[in-house]
Each structure stands twice: as C-alpha cells, then as structure tokens.
Design a protein around this ligand. Structure first.
Ligand SMILES: [Zn+2]
Length: 83
C-alpha cells in the first residue's frame, strides 16, 4: 500500500496528484467527517480520512489585564508609567 499521508493535502492514491485544499478550494478536506473525492487529475474516486490535530494558545483579555493592573496599583506597585 502506498503512503498517501500528507500534511499538505489529499494525495490521490491512483496518480499521486496532491489536492491542496487552498489551491483547489476543496474545503471539505477540513471536515473531520470527510469524504469521498474525485481526483481532478485522473478522475478516479477515492476515500479521504481527515486526521485532525488541535493546538491552543491563550492570552489575557484587556479586561483581565485591567483588573490585574488595578490589583497591582492597590498593592502599591506601579501600574502604568505616567509621563
Ligand atoms: Zn488521480
């Protein structure tokens, strides 16, 4: 069996054509329940299994930062530099 796993797009198992979602506007490739595709190169139909991975990064909202600033000021520490 050929290795068709790719982080760039869906590789046709028949002709190795790489279907990049952004290039060919195949947005269902981002659907975890995706799907059967018809190769735009050779016309063969094939199944696509989408493997998702998620990464999270967080940051404080302005509101939270203001609360913290007020806390720091209340504790006698300089909050914002006054010019
Ligand atoms: Zn193909």
């Amino acid at each position: 069996m050929k290795d068709t796993m790719s982080g760039k797009g869906a590789i046709c198992p028949y002709c190795d054509h790489l279907h990049v979602p952004e290039d060919e506007e195949i947005w269902e490739l981002y659907d975890p329940d995706c799907c059967g595709l018809t190769c735009t190169s050779c016309g063969e139909e094939f199944e696509v299994n989408v493997i998702c991975s998620y990464t999270w990064v967080t940051e404080k909202t302005d509101e939270q930062e203001e609360i913290e600033m007020a806390r720091r000021t209340a504790a006698g520490m300089p909050g914002r530099m006054v010019q």
